[in-house]
Write a protein that binds this ligand. Structure first.
Ligand SMILES: Nc1ncnc2c1ncn2[C@@H]1O[C@H](COP(=O)(O)OP(=O)(O)OP(=O)(O)O)[C@@H](O)[C@H]1O
Length: 289
């Protein structure tokens, strides 16, 4: 059973060094990183290439041994087998046997987790429905698109009904329709109380889906907190007006000046390129493949 009194993830002063060829010095891929994820939260780790995101995740999963510091999953030391019972993982570049179908792949991973028979078959059915791959379940993965492969990867990560899911770039190489499906899946996981720890370069989606965000640069955690607290510009207010054909800008500006403010920008709002793309995809009846 998951320890209900513990945080889902606790990383304390994590350091991971690798040998560097330069004068036999070591290089710090992760440099005293600490973070805590409460149960049911979605936490996003962001940062440029090589900033230490994957290494932090791998240390949490016990796939790399920390040089110093500690990582705990529901209170269990990450290097101990107990910590892995409640965790699902989607690696950055998941490798699947291309000759297997989605059902065969999920059966393989389910068996690795000790699942068998009716329990495993039922779980596979549920997951194929969750990731919308029922129609393609008997096709070989060699013919799957990148978006479909990522969804098989997600189903694989969820096979043993984990309480914590670690997703390393879940939308890498996936088009906007596919990445929106993955975003919706993350929302579904959150709704069902699963804790999600992800890293991504799609900052708009991270902002949409995460409760907490950590920003890594050169292996160091430079900022972390709730998305709202990090993104709010507390000294400004945004007002969106509809139904005015022509506006006396001078009048508006003088009103704002009288109230002690200053008009910084006045323009028609824009939709994001992502929303525009999704609208067009919908209009042209594009089904996610
Ligand atoms: N096994 C290893 N041996 C040596 N150096 C490594 C090893 N694994 C990672 N590194 C180095 O550690 C640094 C952090 O790598 P990491 O993969 O954690 O970054 P990342 O933030 O996940 O990058 P990306 O966004 O490109 O996936 C990089 O400079 C990388 O080259």
């Amino acid at each position: 059973m998951v320890n209900v009194t513990e945080a889902a993830v606790e990383i304390k002063d994590l350091v991971k060094t690798y040998p560097s060829s330069f004068r036999r010095k070591t290089f710090r891929a992760v440099d005293e990183v600490s973070l805590r994820i409460q149960k049911g939260e979605v936490y996003g780790l962001i940062g440029p290439n090589g900033s230490g995101k994957s290494t932090t995740m791998k240390a949490l999963l016990g796939l790399v041994a920390p040089t110093s510091g500690e990582c705990r999953v529901f209170g269990y030391d990450s290097m101990k087998v107990d910590a892995r019972k409640y965790v699902g993982f989607l690696p950055e570049n998941p490798y699947f046997y291309k000759h297997q179908t989605a059902v065969e792949t999920l059966k393989f991973y389910g068996k690795l987790c000790g699942m068998r028979g009716k329990q495993l078959e039922g779980r596979i059915r549920e997951l194929l429905e969750l990731v919308s791959l029922e129609d393609a379940k008997d096709r070989r993965l060699g013919g799957y698109s990148k978006g479909m492969l990522q969804r098989v990867g997600l189903a694989q990560a969820l096979i043993q009904d984990p309480q914590l899911v670690v997703l390393d770039e879940p939308t890498a190489g996936v088009d906007p329709v596919g990445s929106r499906q993955i975003r919706d899946l993350i929302f579904k996981l959150k709704e069902s109380g699963v804790t999600v720890f992800l890293c991504s370069h799609l900052l708009e989606q991270v902002q949409e889906v995460c409760d907490q965000v950590g920003i890594l640069f050169n292996g160091k955690m430079v900022m972390q907190g709730s998305v709202d607290s990090l993104t709010a510009v507390s000294s400004q207010r945004e007002i969106l007006v509809e139904g005015i054909e022509s506006m006396d800008m001078e009048q508006l500006e003088s009103m704002l000046t009288k109230a002690g403010g200053k008009l910084i920008e006045c323009s028609a709002p824009r939709k994001s390129l992502e929303n525009l793309f999704l609208e067009i995809a919908k209009q042209s009846g594009e089904e996610a493949r």
